[in-house]
Unconditional design. Structure first.
Length: 360
């Protein structure tokens, strides 16, 4: 069975020089994948020619005359660039011509265009960005939200927990994955009112057998693998993600500097070469690239804007696996069965929602 994926080739810091080689590599490695490369046709064709893949049977090019830059506002992406590679790649998902879309473009624009074109799953107020982080158990820790919603109410975090649980159950084959609520302490009395109220909702679901709620978790629990899923608002999640990425790069830099600082250290590095490579592989953030915009009526995956070819290929793999294991259907079913339907009209609209609505 062939799984089609659209690639926003112009998104990110590097554009086709990264996205096209990554697409070629993934297509060569995965015989069930068919990729539609969306963007400025001349630039994409040049990259395909450079890598001798102009006639690749499972790669095709779809021209888009505009590009959403990393500095473009949401308004620009929605109203002024209606023929952008980002928008066209997402519209292919809406029109069911592909199963998923991958973009390294402007996160705010990607979320806004995706919400406008695809809409949210019934019962979901706001989509969330979900990705995986490594832990000491050598298993993934799924974390959401990572930046889509900086201000959340308890019902939003509750929805994130349900969506995350459905995602992990599908991707990892765990019937009842554990859910942790990120807090400043494990005790129930700690945290702000939003976290405390969310905990009450999650505990109620746990008692009903809907969720496997572990309880409050702290920052160190993310990398210890205490729970399969960690739920938080987008402000906390994004800061945590960026801090962990920065720490990983710093540790790698320190190790490299110290091993090169003397002949004796270089000899030690040579002796420990195998272990060093294993450590580098486990901690390499590129292996965890590719975040799902969870809660939409279609699969959209966000790659890190500065991703290299190896890292971007991992994002394509995440999208491919999500489509292969029918994550969208599982999440939609879970929300329909378990989530009390929110009266959308009673909720105050976000600034993004107002802009999206006015763009129709």
């Amino acid at each position: 069975m062939t799984i089609k994926i659209s690639i926003d080739c112009m998104g990110g810091d590097h554009g086709p020089s990264v996205t096209v080689p990554a697409a070629i590599s993934f297509a060569n490695r995965e015989p069930e994948a068919e990729l539609i490369l969306v963007g400025l046709e001349e630039q994409i064709q040049a990259e395909l020619k450079k890598h001798k893949a102009l006639s690749h049977p499972r790669l095709s090019v779809l021209h888009a005359s505009e590009v959403v830059t990393m500095d473009d506002s949401i308004e620009t992406a929605l109203r002024r660039k209606k023929n952008s590679s980002m928008r066209i790649a997402i519209k292919l998902v809406k029109d069911e011509q592909v199963r998923a879309c991958v973009s390294a473009g402007n996160t705010g624009a990607l979320m806004a265009v995706s919400r406008y074109l695809l809409k949210t799953i019934p019962g979901v107020d706001r989509p969330a960005i979900c990705t995986i982080l490594p832990n000491q158990k050598d298993e993934p820790t799924y974390m959401l939200d990572l930046g889509a919603n900086v201000d959340c109410e308890p019902q939003h975090l509750h929805q994130f927990a349900l969506m995350g649980s459905a995602l992990v159950a599908t991707m990892e084959g765990k019937a009842k994955p554990t859910v942790g609520l990120l807090n400043v302490g494990e005790e129930d009395i700690k945290g702000n009112e939003v976290v405390k109220q969310t905990a009450e909702l999650l505990r109620a679901d746990h008692e009903k057998g809907i969720l496997n709620f572990y309880g409050n978790v702290e920052g160190n629990d993310i990398f210890e693998g205490t729970t399969d899923i960690v739920v938080c608002d987008g402000f906390v999640g994004n800061v945590t993600l960026k801090a962990s990425e920065g720490l990983g790069r710093w540790v790698k830099s320190v190790l490299t500097t110290e091993f090169k600082s003397s002949i004796l250290n270089m000899l030690g590095a040579l002796i420990a070469n195998g272990a060093i490579k294993a450590i580098s592989r486990r901690l390499n953030p590129s292996r965890y690239n590719g975040a799902c915009l969870l809660g939409l009526r279609g699969l959209v995956f966000k790659s890190h804007g500065g991703a290299d070819t190896y890292s971007y290929e991992w994002a394509i793999k995440r999208a491919f696996d999500a489509a292969k294991y029918d994550v969208l259907s599982r999440v939609t079913t879970t929300i329909a069965e378990l989530m009390p339907q929110t009266d959308q009209a009673s909720l105050p609209p976000t600034a993004d929602a107002v802009l999206i609505e006015s763009s129709k």
